[in-house]
Design a protein. Sequence first.
Length: 97
Amino acid sequence: TKQLEDVFKNVDSNTKFLVDASAANERSSASLSVMQVVLAGGFCFNIVDRIAGGTLNINQPSWVYSYIYEPLIVPPGIWFTFNMVWLFACSYALIRL
């Protein structure tokens, strides 16, 4: 019965290690999800910036002024709201994907 007790203690110990490792894996998975959303947010902001011609150092075409600059950037707060909605939509799509 001594050998049986030793085997039981070893199995119990190994099970505790597996539970601890599984909990650590879940925590790292959650932090990875947060990092993915943050990086995707940066990517989404870069897409919007490139569409608007923000940092390309070129003259924007007329459609940028008529469809993006005048209705979205000129009125105060609209561009910020547009960016936040875009960020949440991309984040939601990333989480659901």
